[in-house]
Design a protein around this ligand. Sequence first.
Ligand code: HEM
Length: 204
Amino acid sequence: MFAAGTDTSSSTLEWAMAELLNNPKSLAIAQAEMDCVIGQNDIIQESDISHLPYLQAVVKETFQFHRAAPFLVPRKAEADVEVLGFMVSKDTQVLVNVWAIGRDPAMWENPIRFEPERFLSKETDVKGRDYELTPFGGGRRICPGLPLAVVTVSLMLTSLLYFFDWKLPNGVASEDLDMDETFGITLHRTNPLHAVPVKKRAYK
Ligand code: HEM
């Protein structure tokens, strides 16, 4: 439970920050939205998230682009079954490559570009009903931490962007930020993100 709940959320948050630093226009839009919605309250509440559509789109785009569990949890076929013309025999172990679904141009326009805007005009959600976006899996074994994870990633990201501006260290240009991925049970950045916070407002 601890491994399933911590590594996945922290890795998703790190990817979200990396993508925003790599895409300064998206970062500016997300921060401007927070300045407008949360204003000078200097405190963030869970209820603010529902008023931050761009932030929600950034979180969804991070889930779509960097699936924390790229192959979900292995399944076993209960019976012989045909899937898309392939015969899967009873008892075969099946891995669902949701990472590849997230990069499939047949499913997504510009799949390898970080574009939160794609979610502003779509109802697609991560709750296991839209098969092109299942970062939490689906069916009976869907991640039980889904609601908690969506809220914590959204709140942590909002806190980082509302209270701080962010720079890359040592004059690294945003477009040069290394975005290499390393696969395992969970998917990580190959090199941890180094970013410099610049205090923007005080926490009350
Ligand atoms: C960004 C955060 C997270 C992501 C992307 C994520 C993703 C996943 C995925 C893909 C699965 C497998 C589902 C399947 O194969 O259909 C899973 C299972 C699981 N997750 Fe999460 N998870 C996250 C956060 C959490 C949190 C916060 C908790 C608990 C507090 C949690 C607890 C679990 C547990 C217990 C399972 C195993 C469920 C089972 O096998 O029946 N996860 N998660």
